[in-house]
Design a protein around this ligand. Structure first.
Ligand code: SAM
Length: 188
């Protein structure tokens, strides 16, 4: 079995190290609901997940997935862009997950965009507690193009190193633009 795991695995691994029962967290891109379910399990019965998507179909899929796992009561499904996070989340969060790109199985033209993603990351940086985590899995290439990836990577390089540790990992010898994993930890 391979020891070097893909970006999605790495994001789950790091987030699961910090999120505990009772925590509040954000899924900035609900999509098909896999990350929302993952977070809902981590926060337990006393915790809360705020899960955003601009597509109703994505939120419906996420809702069905949560219902089938009996996790819906832990999740606020929000039909709005993650760039409006501050309007909906009014308490500190332990983690925020971003899974960029388009909805698998959906319209490839309705993907995340650099400008709004960066706005949302900035909001999450305000909301996250010291030693909380913001994870960003960047899908790019193909129908997603390269603009968002370049904008996000340019932005994270400007983040004050006294306020956040920022890490980026990627496979450099794989074909077809393997997703990049970016992780921010707020410094205490
Ligand atoms: N995390 C998801 C999962 O576990 O299935 C996959 C997310 S998918 C790659 C990206 C999602 O981001 C799409 O469903 C898309 O509708 C959504 N999206 C695009 N722009 C958005 C925005 N401004 N705010 C919130 N969601 C957005």
């Amino acid at each position: 079995m391979c020891v070097l795991k893909n970006s999605l695995y790495q994001s789950h691994e790091i987030v699961s190290r910090v999120v505990c029962n009772g925590d509040t967290v954000v899924d900035a891109t609900a999509g098909n609901g896999h990350d929302t379910v993952f977070l809902a399990r981590l926060v337990g019965t006393g915790g809360q997940v705020y899960s955003f998507d601009i597509q109703e179909s994505a939120l419906n899929t996420t809702k069905n997935r949560l219902e089938s796992e009996n996790l819906l009561s832990r999740v606020n499904l929000i039909h709005d862009g993650h760039q409006n996070m501050m309007k909906h989340v009014n308490k500190p969060i332990k983690a925020a997950m971003f899974n960029l790109g388009y909805l698998p199985g959906g319209d490839h033209n309705v993907g995340t965009r650099g400008g709004t993603t960066i706005e949302a990351v900035k909001s999450a940086m305000e909301l996250v507690v010291p030693h909380g985590i913001i994870s960003i899995v960047v899908y790019y290439g193909g129908d997603s193009g390269f603009d968002e990836k370049n904008e996000v990577i340019n932005y994270i390089k400007t983040i004050d190193c006294k306020k956040f540790s920022v890490m980026q990992t990627e496979f450099v010898n794989q074909i077809n633009c393997p997703p990049i994993f970016i992780c921010l930890e707020k410094i205490g």
